[in-house]
Ligand binder design. Structure first.
Ligand code: ATR
Length: 312
């Protein structure tokens, strides 16, 4: 039996800033707590859907909506949201770095990432900034997909914000080495150097990755978003290399197709990371971590979308 009480209490708008009339009126004591995802554009975001399922599952009374906010209006609109009693936001492209300045305090992982995807209002009126992307990736890899990271060789493709956000949580799993490879080698070298104190990490161009197969190859470039492929030498792949694309979409991404086509037994898009980073935000806001497996199943439709991975 679905929990209809929780379902009725939850209100969510999937159509931009417009909030259902009932939610707009809920400003009195006992009203649903207000949350939002802030981006530009943001209409494509699956966060309202994910958080509505989390809220229903855990019986939380909360409202979560989309806020399409340009860079110019970011500070004013987000400030207004919290001034009106908003409890928390997720931050997505292009505001993840900009949002740092609104946080009163940062978690260590947010400071290391140099960007935040979550703001939480605390009782004393201060705002805590967090970055749950990296822990979401690690949770998907180690828990959902059962990929061992300790003492493994990891190749991280890309040296932009997406790559920066996951390096510290990956190094915390004690891999043997992380090689950061990027089209622009200097960016990879600079990024690796900034994390050198946390573990064995090296930055390089695609052409200088060196010999040998990796245990795990993670695509953190934005190439999949346009159907392109980073020009990585195929020698980095072996049949047991696990390939993970932080991007996701309908069907397999270009990177996942490339890996499977070159004999990798397991290659998956980043649906699990999407759901796990959301679950960590939810936990920060509500103090309860929702079950992610049913939400992941609802998002992807069928487990077969994820390629020949283990049953979820
Ligand atoms: P994000 O926040 O998504 O990481 P970003 O900071 O703009 O966005 O970084 C995009 C990353 O994807 C960079 O590493 C970029 O490589 P460059 O530093 O050489 O620009 C990488 N990238 C984007 N398109 C790519 C492509 N077609 N092939 C290889 N790398 C690509």
């Amino acid at each position: 039996m679905p929990d209809m009480t929780a379902a009725r209490r939850f209100s969510v708008s999937l159509r931009g800033d417009r909030v259902p009339r009932r939610a707009q009126n809920e400003t009195m004591e006992g009203a649903a707590d207000q949350y939002a995802v802030v981006g530009h554009p943001v209409a494509h975001s699956l966060s309202p859907f994910i958080h509505s399922l989390f809220a229903r599952q855990t019986g939380q009374s909360m409202s979560y909506r989309l806020m399409d906010v340009t860079p110019e209006e970011f500070t004013q609109r987000v400030g207004g949201f919290f001034a009106a009693g908003g409890r928390g936001i997720n931050i997505t492209v292009p505001h993840k770095t900009r949002a740092l300045q609104l946080a009163t305090e940062l978690t260590e992982r947010a400071r290391q990432a140099g960007a935040i995807n979550t703001l939480a209002a605390r009782r004393d009126g201060t705002l805590l900034g967090d970055n749950t992307d990296g822990v979401g990736l690690v949770q998907d890899l180690t828990h959902n997909l059962q990929v061992e990271l300790a003492d493994r060789r990891i190749l991280l493709l890309g040296a932009g914000g997406a790559a920066r956000g996951v390096i510290a949580p990956l190094l915390a799993q004690n891999p043997r080495i992380i090689v950061v490879a990027n089209r622009t080698a200097e960016r990879a070298q600079a990024l690796a150097a900034s994390f050198a104190a946390l573990g064995d990490i090296r930055g390089t161009g695609f052409g200088q990755i060196g010999r040998g197969e990796f245990d795990l190859v993670i695509n953190a470039t934005s190439a999949s978003l346009t159907g392109e492929l980073p020009e990585v030498p195929t020698g980095v792949l072996g049949p047991d290399t696990f390939c993970y694309d932080m991007a996701y979409g309908k069907g397999d991404t270009a990177f996942v197709r490339w890996a499977l086509g070159r004999g990798c037994r397991r290659a998956v898009p980043g649906w699990g990371m999407l759901v796990e980073q959301a679950a960590e935000s939810f936990r920060l806001w509500r103090g309860v971590r929702p079950l992610t497996a049913p939400v992941l199943a609802a998002l992807t439709g069928t487990a077969t979308d994820r390629g020949p991975g283990p049953p979820r």
